[in-house]
Design a protein around this ligand. Structure first.
Ligand SMILES: Nc1ncnc2c1ncn2[C@@H]1O[C@H](COP(=O)(O)OP(=O)(O)OP(=O)(O)O)[C@@H](O)[C@H]1O
Ligand code: SF4
Ligand SMILES: [Mg+2]
Length: 346
């Protein structure tokens, strides 16, 4: 077993990297103090790579992704540290015009809340046509061509009668249709990175499965990159090349999908795997007892400490770093490293 110390983001010098998040911290200002929701996240996405970001509710997945598109209200957050490099340039240092360009032409996000993502006072067609028109990617397309591009995107997400849908307002569609329209909107113009935040939430299982397959096919066919956010390790296993496991604002384990399922290392990852229901029966799973910590006072040690079956005294006093245990497989846990005093560190 080889253990490599250090920062995951800095360890790879791969030039094919599209997105590189380094040491990102995001705190929300609350009346009780700063809620330290994202606590030093390192992650990267290569060109044409499919990534899964998996963790339970409230662990900071959406917050991290919204930071990529700078969608959080600056007056409500503190960002003490971190870089978000997109093709080598730090999004946090871009001006408003450059950030708009990133949103318009490079990165799209399928929101977790489709109703909130759609404007209730404009038809679906108007909203979608605006995306195509202002993307600047179809400068010669007239009204008819733009309408055809939108109709094709609606058909791509398996909604028949695209013409009626384009003339409808959001409240005239079912929840599942709205979700698929959000997916269509994010795919209607070519972008290098697609962030899908729980895109199956409002869909029944058959449509959910089809949509997941569709997303995979579209990104593979067009050589795009995908970050799939999900609570479900099962969905991630089917869809993505590499998985990041996030717990309470930290990446606690990351590996290629096969390697992660072949030998999951972190106690939280093992707990998540045990939570997956099995159709063959076997009773209710043991699950993971307890809750994510209070982000205003998360403590100085491992944030999983109060729920961890393997916790030792050191776990409450010191925070484990992400370390490479075998090629490409990183974990942050004292089960796999000696405490700093034993390592001779300060
Ligand atoms: N504007 C805000 N102000 C204060 N706290 C916030 C704000 N937005 C989110 N949070 C808190 O940040 C934490 C992480 O939220 P986030 O939405 O990033 O989690 P998530 O991993 O996406 O969860 P889910 O899987 O349920 O979507 C939660 O405790 C949430 O209450
Ligand atoms: S560092 Fe300690 S508390 Fe945290 S996951 Fe590992 S064993 Fe459990
Ligand atoms: Mg979320």
């Amino acid at each position: 077993m080889t253990i490599t110390n250090g920062n995951l983001a800095e360890k790879s010098s791969d030039t094919s990297r599209l997105l590189d998040i380094r040491g990102l911290k995001v705190w929300y200002k609350t009346y009780r103090g700063n809620a330290q929701v994202v606590d030093g996240v390192d992650m990267y996405v290569n060109q044409a790579e499919k990534i899964g970001l998996v963790g339970e509710s409230g662990c900071g997945k959406t917050t991290t992704m919204k930071m990529i598109l700078q969608l959080l209200n600056p007056s409500q957050i503190v960002v003490p540290e971190g870089e978000i490099l997109f093709q080598g340039r730090d999004i946090r240092k871009m001006n408003e015009k450059e950030i708009m360009e990133i949103r318009r032409s490079y990165v799209s996000m399928i929101s977790q809340a489709p109703m909130a993502a759609l404007n209730p006072v404009f038809s679906i067609g108007k909203q979608m046509e605006d995306i195509v028109r202002y993307s600047g990617q179809f400068p010669k397309a007239g009204r008819k061509e733009i309408r055809e591009i939108c109709a094709q995107a609606v058909n791509d997400v398996m909604i028949p009668d695209a013409s009626r849908i384009l003339d409808s307002f959001p409240h005239q569609l079912s929840g599942g249709m709205r979700q698929r329209i959000c997916i269509a909107m994010s795919l209607v113009t070519p972008r290098q990175l697609l962030i899908a935040d729980e895109p199956g939430t409002a869909l029944d299982v058959t449509i959910q499965d089809q949509i997941h397959r569709l997303l995979r096919e579209l990104v593979e066919k067009k050589g795009r990159s995908l970050i799939m956010i999900t609570h479900s390790l099962g969905v991630a296993r089917e869809l993505v090349d590499r998985i990041y496991i996030m717990y309470a604002g930290n990446i606690v384990e990351t590996a290629e999908t096969k390697s992660l399922f072949a030998s999951p290392l972190h106690p939280y990852t093992n707990g998540l795997i045990q939570c997956v229901p099995r159709l063959s029966g076997g009773g209710i799973s043991a699950g993971i007892y307890g809750y994510v910590p209070d982000y205003v006072n998360p403590g100085i040690g491992c944030r999983f400490c109060s729920r961890c079956p393997d916790a030792k005294a050191i776990c409450a006093k010191e925070k484990p770093k992400l370390r490479q245990i075998k090629p490409g497989h990183w974990v942050a846990c004292f089960k796999y490293e000696a405490p700093s005093a034993e390592r001779g560190e300060q």
